[in-house]
Design a binder for this molecule. Structure first.
Ligand code: SF4
Length: 256
């Protein structure tokens, strides 16, 4: 889809639904800098998720989320040889005075669950300001090495992240309550009434138009084992929602 057409469709969707905040994800959004430069102006706030191998653009009202799945050997097994090094090189090229927040998101899986603190130690000296941990969202009948297969077996990893939040409160930006909600005794109450399904509008580019899948993780998802950061973040925020009639900021802050 060419840039003017895409911007026109996004402006229309923004107006129709009154969307305050946009999460740009791919593919790789930075492959379309023309769309990002103009498209981010349509929204009061923007988060751009990137693989971190392309130089970041200085955009106003923007948070960059760089995806890393662990220390180099674990990350590169998933994302390709040399990817971790390329991300470090991108970070080192960020100029003085760069406005956007630059953070990392790590998807916790059964493969990397024991390497999370090493990732924190590697990122602390870099331009990364903090990170969130999301938990793997399996598709239905997922038999891969990434999934725990049950909420009870995932609990060890969730408890591990809760402990990392305790040890690195300034750097691990997951909301404490959202992590508690991910524990097996709480998670189904959240995912059975998924706040992301109610509050987010996923738009996938398909051919010449945008289509909306079942949720932001696609169509063939296993909600019972969902560990998506945004789901539990929203659930924790909704617990503290001000009474009707009182306003709160439309732009969600990622930090606890
Ligand atoms: S898989 Fe999608 S719909 Fe299901 S709980 Fe997770 S975000 Fe919600």
């Amino acid at each position: 889809m060419d840039t003017p057409t895409m911007l026109g469709k996004l402006a229309e969707v923004q107006r129709r639904h009154g969307i305050p905040y946009m999460l740009w994800m791919g593919g790789e959004p930075l492959l379309r800098p023309d769309v990002l430069r103009e498209g981010t102006k349509l929204f009061a706030g923007n988060t751009v998720t990137t693989n971190g191998t392309i130089d970041l653009i200085d955009l106003p009202r923007c948070i960059y989320v760089i995806s890393l799945d662990g220390p180099p050997e674990i990350n590169d097994a998933v994302r390709g040889e040399g990817t971790f090094r390329k991300v470090m090189e991108t970070l080192s090229r960020i100029p003085e005075g760069f406005q956007p927040t630059v953070m990392c998101q790590c998807v916790v899986t059964r493969q990397n669950e024991d390497a999370l603190e090493e990732l924190i130690h590697r990122l602390r000296p870099t331009r990364i300001q903090g990170l969130t941990f999301s938990f793997y969202v399996p598709c239905r009948n997922d038999r891969s090495d990434l999934t725990w297969g049950s909420l009870e077996r995932r609990d060890r990893a969730v408890l591990n992240v809760i402990e990392l939040k305790r040890r690195h409160p300034d750097f691990v930006w997951n909301n404490r309550r959202s992590l508690e909600l991910m524990r097996s005794e709480n998670a189904r109450a959240v995912t059975d009434n998924c706040p992301a399904r109610r509050l987010l509008l996923p738009l996938y580019l398909q051919g010449g138009d945008f289509v909306s899948p079942y949720c932001c993780h696609g169509n063939d998802v296993d909600c019972d084992l969902c560990g998506s950061w945004v789901v539990f973040y929203l659930a924790a925020k909704l617990e503290n929602r001000p009474p009707a009639g009182q306003s709160s900021s439309p732009v969600a802050r990622r930090r606890d």
